[in-house]
Design a protein around this ligand. Structure first.
Ligand code: UD1
Ligand code: UDP
Length: 430
């Protein structure tokens, strides 16, 4: 089997590292390519080094551009690469323009796509990431959902359960393995006096809206703790030379360049709390027991909120300060810190590699042609009766696409045991 792994940006390098580690460990032939969407050393090369990865074998060098130009250039470059490398599967992660480009280029060449972190939905279609992740999911043959919630999003959009595997999130693997090293080594920011707030801010819906930036930055002025703010180049370029910059000139605000993964996890682990609009940081915060306030109006990581470790506070100054004040209550603070991690046990990377190997060995790593399927199919709802009671989904002889258990939807994993009174939706092929 030959695997092509594509990572274009900082979070993709981080979340694909556990897959690359697993491929290397098992001696599986693989090629690592970057689109070059992130090209600054502080957003890319530093992560290759911190995560002990080999340099990418190929770089498409798309750089920064408008969405269509960036995605289009990446598709053109990746198409050439896919034709020359002819991999059995292309592995992508997340929701950036690079992911969309790789997924589209591959599926159009009938090369199966495996999407890591499939099924996340914010339901906010103004976010570039939401469009990218929906399209990438629908281009994919193998969908690695981090949680049952994300797997349900996929089946509700008509993706067959057989393509979906709930494996946890690879960020847990990456964060747990690197935070240990981060705590053992002497990082630049390690001795920063405790009690600070860590801040990250780069999402387009915030950076491209001056009113929101103004509101978030003016809240910072009223926070009576140190704030450490490793600033994303997107954000620094937008505020550079504007009135907004003045908000960040205060003794308690420590504006620093983006930091590598070892330094960032050290900063996060030692923080009192994190304020962020990042996806990955919401996941790492609950993994490392750090209360998180999300500077957005929605999240595609609702599991973190339901678990109690994250509050979606929006971008209004008063709301940010109000929610931060809640953390001064030790009971609330401890509860947020102790929220259980919904993203698994840190073995997602191993699981993903295991499933890729199994699919390849079973001859299932392919984009199926419609003439290998039925002419027509329809859906039927069945109530679980005596004859189905106690049977596993995988053993009951039906293609189950949905389970309703006491009003709650459940994912039809092959080992899910059916119980009387449940309803199942089955796909009948004609
Ligand atoms: C991209 C992703 C976003 C992800 C983020 C991770 C899309 C649509 N967005 O956002 O989902 O959360 O990566 O960090 O794919 N720039 C540099 N150096 C670089 C790269 C970018 O200075 O190495 C600056 C450029 O001014 C560029 C701007 O950042 O125009 C935005 O870069 P871009 O890759 O388009 O999107 P991100 O904001 O990084
Ligand atoms: N990160 C980092 N250094 C920084 C800021 C973030 O290492 O200065 C890491 C962070 O640990 C997380 C990842 O970058 O894993 C998140 O990337 P980002 O916020 O850029 O993208 P998103 O997750 O929102 O797509």
């Amino acid at each position: 089997m030959k695997v092509l792994v594509v990572a274009g940006t900082r979070p993709e390098v981080i979340k694909l590292a556990p897959v690359l580690w697993g491929l290397k460990q098992r001696g599986i032939t693989h090629v690592f390519a970057t689109t070059g969407q992130h090209y600054d050393d502080l957003l890319f090369k530093k992560f290759i080094d911190d995560l002990s990865l080999d340099e990418p074998d190929f770089n498409i060098e798309v750089g920064s551009a408008s969405p269509a130009v960036q995605t289009g250039k990446a598709m053109i470059g990746l198409e050439e690469l896919l034709k020359s490398e002819n991999p059995d599967v292309v592995v992508v992660e997340g929701d950036t323009n690079s992911v969309l480009a790789a997924a589209l280029a591959a599926v159009k060449l009938k090369i199966p796509v495996a999407h890591v972190e499939a099924g996340l939905r914010s339901r906010d279609r103004t976010m570039p990431e939401e469009i990218n992740r929906i399209l990438a999911d629908h281009c994919s043959e193998l969908l690695f959902a981090p949680t049952e919630e994300s797997a349900l999003n996929l089946i509700n959009e008509g993706i067959p359960p057989a393509k979906i595997h709930i494996v946890g999130n690879t960020i847990v693997d990456a964060a747990l393995s690197i935070v240990r090293r981060s705590m053992e080594t002497s990082g630049r920011y390690k001795d920063f006096p405790r009690g600070y707030i860590l801040l990250t801010l780069h999402r387009a819906e915030n950076t491209d809206d001056t009113r929101r930036l103004e509101s978030i930055f003016s809240a910072l002025g009223d926070i009576d703790r140190n704030i450490v703010f490793p600033i994303h180049p997107r954000t620094s370029k937008i505020i550079d030379g504007t009135e907004l910059e003045k908000h960040l000139v205060a003794e308690h605000i420590h504006l620093i360049p983006p930091v590598g993964y070892l330094d960032f996890l050290g900063l996060l682990k030692n923080a009192f709390a994190v304020l962020t609009d990042s996806g990955g940081v919401q996941e790492e915060a609950i993994t490392l027991d750090v209360p998180c306030l999300t500077l957005r109006y929605n999240t595609e990581r609702p599991e973190t909120v339901l678990a109690g470790g994250n509050i979606v506070v929006g971008t209004e100054k008063e709301k940010i300060l109000e929610n931060l004040a809640l953390l001064s209550d030790p009971a609330i603070y401890e509860k947020m810190k102790k929220a259980s991690n919904p993203y698994g046990d840190g073995k997602a990377g191993e699981r993903i590699v295991g499933i890729l190997v199994e699919k390849q060995e079973n001859g299932e790593l392919l984009v199926e042609s419609s003439d290998t399927r039925e002419v027509q199919h329809f859906r039927k709802i069945i109530k679980v009766n005596d004859s189905l009671e106690g049977k596993k989904v995988g053993d009951c002889g039906f293609e189950i696409i949905r389970i309703i258990d006491n009003g709650r939807q459940r994912f039809p994993s092959l080992d899910f045991i059916l119980k009387k009174g449940m309803h199942i939706e089955v796909l009948v092929r004609d």
